[in-house]
Design a protein around this ligand. Structure first.
Ligand SMILES: [Zn+2]
Length: 241
């Protein structure tokens, strides 16, 4: 298990975890899976405190995959069904929300570009914000979120982020929340429009976008506020339609 963990870390650093060899059945693997289920993840398990500690590795207890929902479980990045000797490897246990965990299931990537993003090894946002939103000028001012690839990404990295965005259905999640946010800020925007016109509304929204981008666990709000602040129709009262 220690040798497997060392190899895992090397492959993780190189973004090559899809090459991790799938072991045959072994006593060690069966024991590790048993220990995970009975001793580690079970509420009454002797090592439950370690399980709880790993769950706290996520900032603000927010899921590092969708950057929105609360952490609810640990995900085996390489699933224990195929990689039982990694069942207890901390680097392979990622705190995520239950929805994102359900989407991943027991998926095993066959190629580099199929690999899901790994929060401990992949930081594709380090060079900038890749999430953008386009506003639809109609009732409710809905937003459509999309991946805006960064220049520094390789083709494989871009594919991985696009898969991530599509498979976790992040547009649906973010668009629904953005719709509710418009309802919540509508009265404030109306006051700003009355007092200072569309320019005051735009200035407020763009300042909010800048400020909210400091919260790295909140993916959609900076993109939403940027899209709203840049749209003349929205700032001229479209938010109230
Ligand atoms: Zn999630």
């Amino acid at each position: 298990m220690i040798a497997d963990e060392t190899l895992y870390d090397q492959l993780g650093d190189a973004a090559q975890l899809f090459t991790f060899p799938q072991p045959g059945s072994s006593t060690v693997g069966a024991d590790a899976k048993w220990a995970y289920k009975v001793r580690f993840a079970a509420k009454t398990g002797l090592a439950r405190a370690l399980y709880a500690e790993l769950k706290e590795w996520a900032f603000w207890s927010k899921c590092p995959l969708c950057h929105h929902r609360p952490v609810g479980t640990l995900d085996h990045y390489l699933p224990q069904a195929s990689f039982p000797t990694l069942a207890l490897t901390p680097l392979n246990l990622v705190p995520v929300c239950r929805d994102c965990n359900w989407v991943k299931q027991n998926f095993v990537a066959a190629t580099e570009s199929e690999q899901p993003l790994h929060p401990y090894y992949d930081d594709f946002a380090a060079a900038g914000d890749w999430l953008e939103a386009d506003l639809v000028e109609e009732s409710g001012a809905p937003l459509v979120f999309r991946v805006d690839p960064l220049d520094v990404w390789t083709a494989v990295e871009e594919q991985r982020v696009r898969n991530h965005f599509r498979d976790l259905e992040l547009n649906d999640l973010y668009a629904a929340n953005a719709g509710a946010e418009v309802q919540a800020i509508r009265a404030r925007l109306s006051d700003l429009l009355d007092a200072g016109g569309p320019a005051a509304v735009a200035e407020h929204l763009l300042a909010e976008a800048e400020s909210r981008s400091a919260d790295l666990t909140d993916a959609w709000r900076p993109a939403a506020y940027r899209a709203w602040g840049a749209n003349d129709w929205f700032c001229s009262g479209g938010f109230d339609e």
